[in-house]
Design a protein around this ligand. Structure first.
Ligand code: IMP
Ligand code: MG
Length: 178
């Protein structure tokens, strides 16, 4: 068990399981993008660790760009997605791979997809380390989900609670108080 600020969390996904999930996603992306030069668009802050591990396993040429978005306050989505750092590269003819830590409601993903609309991209796909299908309210395809998880609030491996917990190497879920 660990404590961050006022809340307790218990380990739910081991560091090894995370590494294996990333290897599987990387293998699929390597197969799908062989001979291509994709642009990995990393969604800060949460995706920094997943992105680093995933991109280091990419075998071809690629570009890496960053956007910074936020929508969570504490353990809840505010429903409003803020853009702190916007996309600032030429999208024309690019093959984009969004790299997310977690897809929850899908509000952030929708905003990202709207951001690239009209930019003349060749295509896009979505890679996310975690996916919460029970919370997902959108219809956009998630091409590369690492691990599908229940609708729990989690921290670790880049994901935070009020800014804390990103350094943890396993995933911890919020302990329900009873
Ligand atoms: P969405 O827009 O609701 O899909 O949420 C996307 C963003 O909210 C993610 O990229 C995370 O940064 C954050 N988020 C969603 N679920 C969790 C969680 O369980 N723990 C920590 N952050 C989360
Ligand atoms: Mg995020």
């Amino acid at each position: 068990m660990i404590r961050l600020n006022d809340l307790s969390f218990e380990e739910s996904i081991s560091a090894n399981a995370i590494t294996e999930a990333i290897e599987q996603v990387a293998a699929k992306i390597n197969a799908d993008y062989a001979g291509k030069t994709p642009v990995f668009v990393v969604v800060l802050n949460g995706a920094f660790r997943f992105a680093s591990a995933l991109i280091s396993k990419f075998e071809g040429d690629c570009r890496v760009e960053f956007v910074k978005m936020s929508s969570y306050d504490g353990t809840e989505s505010t429903g409003e997605v803020m853009t702190h750092i916007a996309l600032d590269f030429d999208l024309e003819d690019q093959e984009i791979i969004f790299v997310e830590d977690i897809v929850d409601s899908g509000n952030t993903l929708e905003k990202l997809i709207n951001m690239i609309a009209g930019g003349g991209i060749a295509n896009y796909r979505v890679a996310t380390l975690f996916f919460k299908p029970e919370a997902y309210t959108k219809e956009y395809k998630i091409h590369y989900p690492g691990l599908t998880i229940p609708n729990d609030f989690i921290v670790g491996y880049g994901l935070d609670y009020n800014g804390l917990g990103r350094n943890l190497n396993a995933i911890y879920k919020l302990k329900k108080t009873d």
